[in-house]
Design a protein around this ligand. Structure first.
Ligand code: DGY
Length: 434
């Protein structure tokens, strides 16, 4: 659809900033976000490789001395977002990047597969390989950071210490963790709920918890060791770890193409072996027939099915037999004929909320991940359904941030929620239809 492609490009071009990065959308998100940038670069790669490269370079410029890459880079001064840089104070960390104010938390490691995607899309392979050669070690160092600092029990599974690190910010997955915390009632002024209907955003009480975890990290200058010891939120997330494992594979492929990187390839393979074995052992729930999260702080599995539960398909983690089980679960719980694939949280669970951010709506980035995962395993029909549903949602509602999964809603309501003209919805649509 030529018209849709044109519109998608207009969204991306409209969100690209002079400093060489994209905002996720106007109003709600005025800075650079880590995993957004990866998806956005994949969209740009289809028609403007210069911008795709800038997007990634600008993000990597903000990398810390220890390999860490933050989740938000505060490139501009604005009081239209809370919590901003004065709240996060990531400069407390001794190895933080003093040139680029940022948060002290990260987001899913998408850059490895972003680089590989850019390589496969690029027409000029020499040029893109030069670019990759210049930047790939930074991504490798980021993975090294994760394995060396975020795996206290040496399992090959890295933890996240904040729900904002998961990317699935207010998922019902975290509800029981909030119950274990006794966060103070903070006084603050949110800006997101001025811009978006509060019924589509996290609650005030959830924000108290979000801030409280950051306060604890700040008290310890964002020390990984102290966070591992003290953070009330410490989770092994199948989505986050799938992104890492997928990106490991991509780094191996790219290093092979570049040549002369045997040591790094060897190290990556060792990480892979251990990660995939632990992943299948620890994060698969036989009874639910799906991958699940693990609460490392309270040492217990978080037994819910979310769209993250299917992301291991994208990273080649399950065996063929297990992949079939996972897809059966997806279709049984999320695949009703009246529903678009794929809701972000189990529609058959009482915690499902079709309008509230990550508590139910469909997200295009997860659909993109599932589409390629399903295709890799040969589930072509389901893959096609995910792709067609994604395109139909955007056609019906526009380039929204998230979408109602219930088909009937679109007869009477808009169905698209959160921010509009949202970059990754546009970027990944371009990749899906190309
Ligand atoms: C937000 O502000 O909701 C962001 O998703 C945090 O990363």
């Amino acid at each position: 659809d030529k018209d849709l492609i044109k519109k998608a490009k207009a969204v991306l071009d409209g969100n690209f900033q002079e400093k060489g990065y994209s905002i996720p959308c106007k109003g709600l998100y005025p800075f650079q976000w880590k995993w957004d940038s990866g998806f956005i670069a994949i969209g740009f790669a289809h028609y403007d490789m210069g911008k795709a490269k800038l997007e990634i370079e600008t993000l990597l410029n903000a990398q810390w001395g220890n390999g860490f890459i933050p989740h938000i880079i505060f490139h501009v001064d604005t009081d239209t977002y809370f919590p901003g840089k004065d709240f996060h104070q990531s400069e407390l960390h001794p190895l933080s990047n003093k040139k680029y104010p940022s948060t002290g938390m990260t987001q899913p490691p998408v850059l490895g597969f972003t680089l590989e995607k850019m390589y496969s899309i690029a027409k000029n392979k020499t040029d893109i390989l030069n670019f990759i050669e210049k930047n790939i070690d930074k991504v490798y160092n980021n993975h090294k950071y994760f394995y060396e600092n975020r795996d206290p029990q040496n399992e090959g599974l890295v933890y996240i210490y904040h729900n904002w690190e998961s990317g699935t910010d207010n998922s019902p997955l975290w509800d029981d963790i909030w119950e274990t915390m006794d966060s103070p009632e903070y006084t603050f002024t949110r800006r997101d709920t001025d811009l978006v209907d509060p019924s589509q955003r996290p609650s005030k009480r959830e924000y108290d918890h979000y801030l409280h975890i950051i306060e604890i990290a700040k008290q310890h200058n964002y020390s990984d060791e102290k966070i591992a010891e003290l953070s009330p939120f410490l989770v092994q997330d199948p989505l986050f770890n799938s992104m890492l494992i997928k990106s490991n594979y991509s780094l191996i492929s790219l290093y092979r193409i570049l040549g002369n990187n045997e040591d790094k390839i060897e190290q990556l393979k060792q990480w892979q072996k251990k990660s995939i074995a632990s992943f299948n052992k620890k994060l698969f729930d036989e009874e639910l027939g799906a991958y699940i999260h693990y609460d490392l702080r309270n040492e217990k599995p978080i037994r819910f099915v979310s769209s993250s539960s299917f992301s291991p398909l994208f990273a080649g983690i399950p065996s063929k037999e297990r992949a079939q089980i996972v897809v059966n679960t997806m279709l049984a719980k999320f695949g009703d004929d009246n529903m678009y694939l794929c809701a972000s949280f189990d529609p058959t669970n009482e915690r499902f909320n079709p309008k509230k951010y990550w508590r139910g709506p469909v997200w295009i980035n997860l659909n993109w991940i599932l589409y390629f995962g399903l295709k890799d395993y040969g589930f072509n029909e389901v893959a096609q359904r995910v792709k067609e549903d994604s395109i139909e949602l955007i056609e019906k509602a526009g380039f929204y941030e998230y979408f109602d999964a219930r088909k009937a809603i679109y007869n009477s309501e808009k169905g698209g929620y959160g921010g509009n003209n949202f970059s990754w919805s546009a970027a990944l649509l371009l990749d899906l239809i190309n």
